[in-house]
Design a protein around this ligand. Structure first.
Ligand code: H2U
Ligand code: ZN
Length: 341
């Protein structure tokens, strides 16, 4: 590299085709803005929680006394499960119908235990559920988006560990951009973009967690302070294609990565995470590689968050903390013992 990465520079995100402004010299600037309270650690059962076993949901329906992973149809779905009609023909006021399905996935009956505090076998059950949902909904919909909003800071409505799945007949913007970028790279290089990234990063300074099958790195082009990219170290296009062994080793990496996140600031680390796999579109998906993104908002403590505002909204994402320093900080805390245990 011929440019000085200790001075202001921009980095390219080959997965989306976007750029990020990196400003390492600003790390020391004083902070006089918002300070929010960390989320308190919740009890194992909350009688007022609409996701706990046996409790009534907002719509009135009661959850069964479930003891593992529990999936239900979202009572307030963002999409309608039937084909609407057509598209408008005004090029300036354009709309198109969108159909889909929204479900909620409770990770475990324990209200107080988020992913890092679940046993590996329980995390494996969550992975199996993600894979089943993807396979089932992929038969009817082009895109299946599995994700988790965690923490009030990310707009999560409830601390009970849960995620969501939204399946849509259309391909939404983020996966569409990744589809185009991976396709172009594959056409030009004859190899998978993310397999090349995984190989390039495996021995490098941005690694946070690694085992024989999986690699978690702060990507070179990360926009969020402690953003990570979770990559398989083998070719795989979609979650249902993972073998039992690959799911077990994924459970290990997920537990270790989320334990590091929580230990970093001694708080239940908020984030939005989710999976991107090949869409269920006709034609070859050879250019695709399955992966997960973690986008946490915290910057300097349990209460100081990064805002994506002025310049980010109007120009492009910007960060002060370098991805290399973020990876070093995540590596410096335990991935084995959670602060609350
Ligand atoms: P969050 O993961 O962002 O907290 O969203 C939780 C989802 O749970 C949200 O989409 C749904 C909301 O519509 N929900 C139900 O389906 N039933 C309920 O009783 C409450 C919340
Ligand atoms: Zn609960």
């Amino acid at each position: 590299m011929t440019i000085d990465l200790t001075r202001p520079h921009r980095r390219f995100n080959p997965l989306t085709g976007g750029w990020v402004q990196v400003s390492p010299q600003r790390m020391g600037r004083p902070w006089q803005g918002e300070v929010t309270e960390p989320d308190p650690l919740p009890p194992p059962y909350d009688p007022a929680c609409y996701l706990c076993p046996g409790n009534a949901r907002v719509g009135g329906e009661a959850n069964p006394a479930y003891d593992g992973v529990y999936v239900f149809a979202n009572d307030f779905p963002a999409l309608a499960d039937e084909e609407g009609g057509g598209t408008g023909d005004d090029p300036l006021l354009r709309a198109e119908a969108s159909a889909g399905v929204c479900r909620v996935i409770c990770f475990s009956p324990d209200h107080g235990k988020s992913l890092p505090r679940l046993a590996p076998a329980q995390i494996r059950a969550v992975i199996d559920c993600w894979a089943e949902q993807t396979a089932e909904l992929g038969q009817r919909f082009q895109n299946v988006q599995v994700f988790e909003n965690k923490g009030a800071m990310m707009g999560c409505s409830n601390p009970h560990p849960h995620g969501q799945v939204w399946a849509t007949a259309h391909l939404p913007e983020e996966p569409a951009a990744e589809d185009a970028q991976q396709r172009a790279y594959f056409a030009q290089a004859g190899r998978s973009l993310l397999r090349d990234v995984a190989e390039r990063e495996a021995a490098g300074e941005r690694v946070v967690e690694i085992n024989d099958d999986w690699l978690a790195v702060v990507p070179f082009w990360a926009a969020w302070p402690f953003e990570t990219l979770l990559l398989p170290r083998f070719a795989v296009q979609r979650m249902p294609d993972l073998t039992g062994g690959q799911r077990d080793s994924l459970a290990e990496v997920l537990k270790a990565l989320t334990t590091r996140y929580d230990n970093l600031f001694g708080t239940s680390f908020p984030y939005s995470m989710g999976w991107h796999g090949a869409p269920f579109t006709a034609g070859s998906a050879d250019h695709w590689q399955l992966h997960a993104h973690f986008y946490p908002p915290l910057l300097r403590s349990a209460s100081v968050r990064k805002f994506m505002v002025g310049y980010e909204m109007l120009a492009e994402p910007q960060r002060d903390l370098t991805p290399e320093r973020a990876a070093e900080m995540l590596r410096s805390v335990s991935g084995l013992v959670h602060y609350a245990d």
